[in-house]
Design a protein around this ligand. Sequence first.
Ligand code: ADP
Ligand code: MG
Ligand code: ZN
Length: 494
Amino acid sequence: MTGPAIAPAGSGASERYEAVIGIEIHCQLKTASKMFCGCSTEIDGAAPNSHCCPVCLGLPGVLPTINKTAVEYVIATGFAIEATVAATTRWDRKNYFYPDLPKGYQISQYQLPLAANGRLTFDTSAGRFTVRVRRAHLEEDTGRLIHDELDGRRVSLIDFNRSGMPLMEIVTEPDIRTAEQARRYAEELRLLMRTIGASDAEMENGQMRVEANVSIRPRGREAFGTRVEVKNMNSMRAVERAISFEIERQAAEIDAGGTIRMETRGWEDGSQSTYHMRPKEEENDYRYFPEPDLPPLLTTPEWLAEIRARLPELPAARRARYRDAFGLSAYDAGVLVNDAAATALFEGALAAGRGVPVKLLANWVTGEYMRLAKEDARGGSADPAELAALVKLVADGAISGTNAKEVLADHFSSGRPVASIVESGGFRQISDAGALRAVIDEVLAANPAAVADYRSGRAAAVAFLVGQVMKATRGQANAAMVQTFLRERLDNVE
Ligand code: ADP
Ligand code: MG
Ligand code: ZN
């Protein structure tokens, strides 16, 4: 018997079935040394096995030491997601056999995670959504297997540089119902990690790994279906696509009379589909037991208070402040806060440019700046103080919006100061009424036909005349003033 055909996306599965999704995220924590030893975490591009010691190689007779900063990052994350932070926590051994795991177990946290029962709220295209976070705990990473060819033979090599790197695992309740909600959750968590400084959370290089547990059930039924774990998504887009694909695949399987197996599937960007990797391990396969080499960890109220006090302004609070204090729309506040570089530019420009109009500044950051940053491939940037200066020129009518865009593009790529670009490019706007009226009189005298057109009822002739004034001033005339003065002359003069 052949398998059922895969239903094309949008086959209507979502009308008959509801998806149930839980997300597990691993983030590499931004510490200087590894989780239980003094080895440096600067392993990018390092020679294989150059950042190892007896502890992270799992040699007999060594003892682990807890990395305090890693613990603090997880506690800070716990506070940020309104979780309960444990007063006392414990370490457990998660046992399994795999060549990239030198000790034959990972030190992790099983029964007493550092943080539990949190929540994360974020906006989606269908409105605000809250996901309950079951737990956030600390563990250590494994080494890395490299499958290669050596003297014509296929070999598997092991690099233990990653072994013992600090990882935070964050697990949600199965609250998520759509692929978009899942992507948005992962994006919001990534933003939170970067805001706290706990992790750079780049998916492309594995600093953030998102795994989705996906099941479906007929709409109206309460019991969950069998779940499939999907991994290997290397971008937020891939997270959304992989989950959508998996929902459709499961619906097609069930519609064809099949059943869903507990399994781990991998996302493949090339074919935009998931494939079977392995059957899912049962939980008790890991034979968890308390780590005998580490004492329970006590988190004193003083320590917790200190960590809480160090928390920066979090994304949700920042969006609310941008709306309430600056009058930005919810949409603009979201766009601004969701992009860390844009937020830094906005905050920096506010601090640098006393009296810069906030809403106009926000428009320039979310509009022109973000457009330039998105198109940019050569690492251009905008200086906050320079942007503040430019926005002030626009607000004062000293430079037109159109010219300001050119000035920003120049500054973005060349780094030259705004003032010198404006002067050397002749971008300063002419807002002097006398000067503008003189140019207008010249243009009217030179274009009697257009003037006659306008007076015989062709209002569109104004646009032509405005264009002539702009041309005569090389685009520097204040367009709004030109409009007003032109109409005054045309309507009042015989
Ligand atoms: P495991 O031990 O395999 O990691 P967990 O019970 O820790 O399993 O759950 C892992 C994730 O799977 C959690 O995010 C949880 O919310 C989610 N999950 C559990 N059951 C289901 C289900 N039936 N469908 C979708 N997700 C589920
Ligand atoms: Mg798990
Ligand atoms: Zn080490």
